[in-house]
Design a protein. Structure first.
Length: 390
């Protein structure tokens, strides 16, 4: 295990009846709040009313900025930054999933500088300070509620870039599983895929070969993400199923899973960002397309790592004599079958992305590979992986 620093500054309030605490938690950081949210879901399920009531009771002045979409757009973030500046916002409240929280993080950094916020994502500027952020999570998926990362799509250049900085951790995040009862089956599934992908990225790209504690932690999270997703799809108001999925998704990307692994990368996310930037497909749907193809490519040179995962989380009585290569393929097939069972696509064909577009997708992805310093992922290599996603 490698040396590491684990330092997570986000306070979590988890469980029933916790949304009412957003007012007092936010008032500790300011008095003029920008409430950032998505479309109509939080108004339809009553969460919006709970949040506004709590913020008012705590004495906060509220400016609203709704309309954040899936695969959040830079143009919308720029508008909200101007609104934050014009209203002297000193605290931000994000009510939503990863898209909303990531937008709020971009606002929290962008509202305090004169340059364009996109310069953070391209590495041309670094974050020195941010407006404090609190969140009410409404979708188990991205882990943004307890991490220092954010992802935004530049709708002018069609580039979807991610960026992390220690100043982007939310101050407090409220996780009430009941809030996710109304999440549609499709986005419940996509959220679970995202959580699985976060863990898989670390598990497969770890450079230290001796990380048994982390391996078992990650294997357990993948099992829990899949199992709890199945339970939620079967019974949308299963509180424990929703709670397990919500906490699993948070733990998958809060810094703990990567501790001690050495250098890790996010190649599957890097390639998927190109899909969702170019075709605006849901992030989780894009990941379930890329994951099997990337694993097939990876298994050609390193089947043992995939085989270990498969033996531990997909045990059967008939696998004792399997080679690593055979076991790796079996694991990929089982994972791909699970994607099919939860109605998440696992090929480009399923979302009608033409094979002829692969060069364009790869060219788009290379730009992010350079920013993320994944130098080994050339355009040719990305094309090779995408052909395995057909």
């Amino acid at each position: 295990m490698q040396n590491f620093v684990f330092h997570n500054t986000t306070k979590i309030l988890f469980g029933r009846n916790t949304v009412a605490s957003i007012g007092s938690e936010t008032a500790a950081w300011g008095s003029r709040a920008l409430l950032v949210y998505g479309m109509k879901s939080i108004k339809n399920n009553g969460v919006y009313g709970q949040i506004v009531s709590s913020l008012h009771d705590a004495g906060l002045e509220i400016t609203e900025h709704g309309g954040v979409c899936s695969n959040p757009l830079l143009s919308h973030v720029r508008l909200s930054i101007e609104k934050a500046k014009n209203n002297n916002i000193d605290v931000i409240v994000a009510a939503g999933g990863g898209s909303v929280i990531d937008s709020a993080k971009a606002i929290s950094a962008g509202a305090l500088v004169e340059h364009d916020v996109w310069k953070f994502f391209t590495g041309k500027k670094s974050i020195k300070k941010t407006i404090p952020l609190t969140t009410v999570l409404t979708l188990a998926a991205a882990g943004s509620e307890m991490n220092s990362g954010m992802v935004i799509t530049n709708d002018d250049t069609r580039k979807k870039f991610g960026f992390g900085n220690q100043r982007l951790y939310p101050k407090t995040s409220i996780l009430n599983p009941e809030v996710t009862f109304s999440v549609p089956p499709s986005y419940t599934a996509y959220g679970a895929v995202d959580a699985v992908a976060h863990v898989l990225e670390f598990y497969m790209t770890a450079t230290d070969p001796a990380t048994p504690v982390q391996d078992r932690l990650m294997e357990g999270l993948i099992e829990n993400a899949m199992d709890s997703c199945d339970r939620c799809l079967e019974s949308p108001e299963d509180y424990n199923g929703r709670a397990d999925l919500m906490w699993t998704a948070t733990l998958a990307l809060n810094g703990l899973t990567a501790a001690g692994l050495g250098k890790v990368g996010f190649p599957m996310h890097m390639i998927e960002h190109s899909l969702s930037a170019l075709y605006d497909i849901p992030h989780g749907a894009g990941l379930s397309i890329i994951i099997p193809g990337w694993l097939k490519w990876f298994s050609a040179t390193n089947p043992a790592r995939i085989a270990q995962l498969a033996r531990r989380i997909f045990p059967t009585l008939d696998c004792e004599d399997y080679t690593d290569k055979e076991m790796a393929q079996r694991g990929i097939t089982i994972l791909q079958n699970w994607f099919a069972r939860i109605d998440s696509p696992s090929s480009l064909q399923e979302v009608e992305i033409p094979i002829a577009d692969i060069p364009e997708i790869a060219a788009n992805a290379v730009a992010l590979a350079k920013v993320w310093r994944l130098k080994e992922y050339t355009r040719e290599r990305i094309e090779e992986i995408l052909h395995l996603c057909r």
